[in-house]
Write a protein that binds this ligand. Structure first.
Ligand SMILES: *Cc1c(COP(=O)(O)O)cnc(C)c1O
Length: 376
């Protein structure tokens, strides 16, 4: 028998400097264990921003078909999926990079373009992976203050504050639009002004994991500015609105030369066979996507209204989740919900111990959430 803690320390001392102080990504609760404890009653899983409507039925058919080829490696180029995406996004296939989820790509940008002595900037309350990516690469993370709680876009990205953090050592700026865990977004005009301030030696990575949900009049994808800024990268995912979280497919849209550099370190078969097939199938079923988006807006607004009526502060959201402030009793609320079989995401790790992030579920799930809150 060995002491796992002592062994971890032994090996951590041998790891690259950035890894030594690193803590692994916190996925929230151990859902497998929670499901087993709750069985046969189902959990209400509102902790991971999954799409409760599920993927297009075409995805299941594509995956079943792919099962006949399980002994084959997937296409290392992802050619068919890239061509389908390129057509939909009006870019060249060479401007696309596929990832095992966009998480993989977000990490890899930092590994490729930064190292010890370099700086990476992001926003306070920005998605947790940016800090991990910076630390793993050995770079230093600077977090710009987010908008205050009383700002109309409470706790959202303040692009001017982020731009002000950019200095001669800055290699990457990570932005999320809309952002997780806040749900907030920034407008096209503010972003154009931001890009005008950023030198083209700084890679601007805009994480658009919730792009499909974003329907505010002032929202625009960063993609529209890519022709003018070769340092601008957009990442997207099939995990959220397209509802393929279990298959792990994401992608980046960027300058073809930048993609070529990233391809040097991409694991050759990083996107698996069923994932490639299913992603292509869901892209082809836009009516299903539109249906799911419409259901989400309806359910989100109803849930936000119900929570506000109960006196809780609900942040603005253009996504499939809500950041809700429950005040001093937040930990008790979270534990109480869990006792009722309702899983949400605690936010202490983000420096928001008085908030919970709640995924918008199906109507029945949202009712169970509200009933559990009322029972507490
Ligand atoms: C969920 C999420 C991702 C990761 O998505 P995958 O493609 O499943 O890795 C990236 N960014 C944000 C902001 C997210 O919320």
């Amino acid at each position: 028998m060995t002491d796992a803690g002592a062994d971890e320390t032994f090996f951590a001392q041998r790891a690259q400097p950035g890894i030594r102080g690193l803590r692994a990504y916190d996925p929230g609760h151990d859902l497998v264990a929670l499901r087993a404890r709750r069985a046969p009653d189902p959990l209400v899983e509102l902790g991971s921003n999954e799409n409760p409507q599920g993927a297009s039925p075409a995805a299941r058919a594509a995956v079943l078909d792919a099962l006949h080829q399980l002994h084959r490696y997937p296409d290392p180029l992802g050619g068919a999926l890239k061509r389908a995406l390129a057509q939909r996004l009006d870019v060249a296939p060479a401007q696309l990079l596929l990832g095992n989820g966009s998480h993989e790509l977000l990490m890899q940008f930092a590994q490729v373009f930064s190292g010890p002595g370099d700086e990476i900037v992001a926003s306070q309350y920005g998605f947790a992976v940016y800090a991990l990516a910076a630390q793993a690469a050995g770079a230093t993370l600077w977090q710009a203050p987010a908008f205050a709680r009383d700002h109309p876009m409470a706790r959202g990205h303040d692009l001017e504050a982020i731009a002000a953090r950019i200095g001669p050592r800055t290699k990457i700026a990570y932005l999320a639009n809309p952002n997780n865990p806040t749900g907030t977004w920034y407008g096209a005009e503010a972003f154009a002004a931001f890009m005008a301030r950023v030198p083209d030696t700084v890679l601007v990575v805009v994480d658009e994991a919730y792009h499909e949900y974003a329907d505010a009049p002032d929202y625009a994808s960063a993609q529209v500015l890519q022709a003018a800024h070769r340092n601008l990268v957009v990442t997207r995912t099939f995990s959220k609105a397209y509802a393929l979280a279990g298959l792990r497919v994401g992608y980046a849209i960027a300058n073809a030369g930048l993609i070529a550099v990233m391809e040097r370190v991409r694991e050759s078969f990083n996107v698996n066979l069923p994932g490639l097939a299913a992603a292509q199938a869901v892209l082809d079923d836009q009516p299903h996507l539109q249906w799911a988006l419409a259901r989400n807006v309806e359910a989100r607004e109803a849930l936000a209204k119900a929570l506000r009526q109960r006196g809780w502060f609900v942040h603005r959201s253009l996504t499939n989740f809500l950041l809700v402030e429950f005040g001093a009793g937040t930990a008790r609320v979270e534990a109480g919900l869990l006792a009722h079989g309702v899983v949400v995401r605690p936010m202490a790790g983000y420096g928001l111990p008085d908030c919970l992030r709640i995924t918008v579920g199906e109507a029945g799930e949202n009712r169970r959430l509200l009933a559990a809150l009322d029972a507490l």
